[in-house]
Design a protein around this ligand. Structure first.
Ligand code: GDP
Ligand code: MN
Length: 391
C-alpha cells in the first residue's frame, strides 16, 4: 500500500526523523492559511508540493518554492487540480487533489537514502548516495557505484554501518552523529511499520549543519496491514484506479493494463506466464488478475464484472490450474457469471488439474459459447484470434 509524502513524514517524525514544518491542504484557502502561518512563524519561504502517489513531481511541475504569500497562493492555484504527468504516472498523469505546504530549507547538499528488501539475500539493504535529488534514477543506471549499499543483519540491526554510510556520504564530523541517529530512526520506522520501501530523496544537509528528510516515500506490505490499523486508515483510494479499488474489496489481485485481452488466472506466476503468452501469440493483456487459490463463485462473478467494465476488453482468457480451486467449481462460477452478466465477448479457457473433466462437462452442457484450448499456447492463439475478429 502506498501513502502520501505528508503521511510518511508524520510517521517518520514520530520516530524522531527531522522533517520540515508543514501542513496538508485539500483546498486553496487551506493552502493559503498554511503558508500564512508558516511565514508568520519564521519561515523564509514555503514550498508547495503536489501530493500524488508517484514520484518525479519536481520535474513535472508539481513542486514550487516561493518566497511570499502571494506567490504561494499562485503556486497552490497552479498545482491543485492539475493533471500532473511524471515518469511514474504514465502519459495520462494523475490529478492533484492535495497539497503539502512546507517551510523551505536552506539546502547545502541533496543526498539520497533508501531502504528496500533484497530478495536474493533475504535482508534489508540500506542505500545511500551523494548524488541525491531529481536525477537519482539516471545515476543508478549509469553509475551504480555512486550508490553505497549496506546489508542489515536482522539480528544485529543497523549498527556500525550507520557510521560507514555517514562517511561514504562525505558528511562533516559535526554531522556524523546526527546522521547515524537519523538512519537508525529510519530503520526502526521501516521495521516497526512493516514497510516494504522507504526512500528519502533528497535527504539534505543545511548550511547550519542540520539534516532533514525533504521528501519521503513509504510503501507497506499489504499482508502485514492487519497489524497496523492506523496505517491502513491512511489509504487514499482517490489515488488508485477505481477498478483496482473494486477488485481489492473482493480480495482479487487485479492490475489494469492497456491491452484488449482480459485474463482471469489463479496464481501470480501463472498470471504472469499468461500475460507473456498472450504477447507471444501477438495480442496484449488488458489486465493482470489473480483470483487466488481459494476463489469462490461470488469472487469469480465479481472478477467478471471488473474485467467487463474495462471498455478495451475484446476477449477473455481464463487460464486455471485447478488445485485448491477445483476446476468444476470454477466452471460453475464462470457459467453463472456469464449468464447473470449477459457476457457477449468471446471467452477462451484453458483448464487443467483437479476435477478438470467435470469442469469441461459443465461448460459444454451450459450451452454457452466457450472455446477451450488444448494447451496454453493453443488457447492463447484462440483468444488472440477472437480479439482480432471483434476489433
Ligand atoms: P519529487 O520530484 O516527487 O521527488 O519531489 P521532491 O520532494 O523530491 O522535490 C523535488 C525537488 O524540489 C527536490 O529535489 C529539491 O531540489 C526541491 N525542493 C523540495 N523542497 C524544497 C525546499 O524546501 N527548498 C528548496 N530550495 N528546494 C526544495
Ligand atoms: Mn524526491
Amino acid at each position: 500500500m502506498k501513502i502520501h509524502e505528508y503521511q510518511a513524514k508524520t510517521i517518520l517524525a514520530k520516530y524522531g526523523v527531522p522533517v520540515p514544518r508543514g501542513e496538508v491542504a485539500n483546498t486553496l484557502p487551506e493552502a493559503a492559511e498554511a503558508a500564512r502561518t508558516l511565514l508568520a512563524n519564521g519561515a523564509t519561504g514555503v514550498v508547495v508540493k503536489a501530493q500524488i502517489h508517484a514520484g518525479g513531481r519536481g520535474k513535472g511541475g508539481g513542486v514550487k518554492v516561493v518566497r511570499d504569500l502571494v506567490a504561494a497562493e499562485e503556486a497552490a492555484k497552479a498545482i491543485l487540480g492539475m493533471q500532473l504527468v511524471t515518469h511514474q504516472t504514465g502519459p495520462q498523469g494523475q490529478k492533484v487533489q492535495r497539497l503539502l505546504v512546507e517551510e523551505t530549507a536552506a539546502i547545502d547538499r541533496e543526498l539520497y537514502l533508501g531502504i528496500v528488501l533484497d530478495r536474493a539475500t533475504g535482508k534489508l539493504v540500506f542505500m545511500a548516495s551523494q548524488a541525491g535529488g531529481m536525477e537519482i534514477e539516471e545515476v543508478a543506471a549509469k553509475d551504480p557505484d555512486a550508490i553505497y549499499k549496506e546489508e542489515i543483519d536482522p539480528v544485529i540491526g543497523l549498527a556500525y554501518q550507520g557510521r560507514k554510510l555517514a562517511f561514504a556520504l562525505g558528511l562533516k564530523p559535526s554531522q556524523v552523529n546526527q546522521a547515524v541517529g537519523f538512519f537508525q530512526s529510519l530503520y526502526r520506522a521501516f521495521i516497526e511499520t512493516d514497510a516494504s520501501l522507504l526512500e528519502i530523496n533528497p535527504f539534505i544537509t543545511t548550511k547550519d549543519d542540520k539534516l532533514f528528510a525533504l521528501d519521503a516515500k513509504m510503501t507497506f506490505d499489504d499482508n502485514a496491514l492487519f497489524r497496523h490499523p492506523e496505517i491502513k486508515a491512511l489509504r487514499d483510494v482517490a489515488e488508485e484506479d477505481p477498478l483496482e479499488v473494486e477488485a481489492s474489496k473482493y480480495s482479487l489481485n487485479y492490475i489494469k493494463l492497456d491491452g484488449s485481452i482480459a485474463c482471469m488466472v489463479n496464481g501470480a506466476g501463472l498470471a504472469m506466464a499468461t500475460m507473456d503468452i498472450i504477447q507471444y501469440a501477438g495480442g496484449s493483456p488488458a489486465n493482470f488478475l489473480d483470483v487466488g487459490g481459494g476463489a469462490t463463485q461470488e469472487q469469480i462473478e465479481h472478477a467478471f464484472e471488473i474485467l467487463l467494465s474495462d471498455k478495451n476488453v475484446k476477449a477473455i482468457f481464463i487460464n486455471i490450474f485447478g488445485g485448491i480451486l477445483r476446476v468444476d467449481r470454477l466452471a460453475t462460477g464462470v457459467v453463472a457469471a456469464a449468464r447473470n452478466l449477459n457476457v457477449t465477448v468471446p471467452i477462451v479457457l484453458r483448464l487443467e488439474g483437479t476435477n478438470v473433466e467435470e469442469g469441461r462437462k459443465i461448460l459444454k452442457e451450459s450451452g454457452l459459447n466457450f472455446e477451450v484450448g488444448a494447451t496454453m499456447k493453443d488457447a492463447a492463439d484462440l483468444v488472440v484470434a477472437a480479439a482480432k475478429a471483434v476489433a
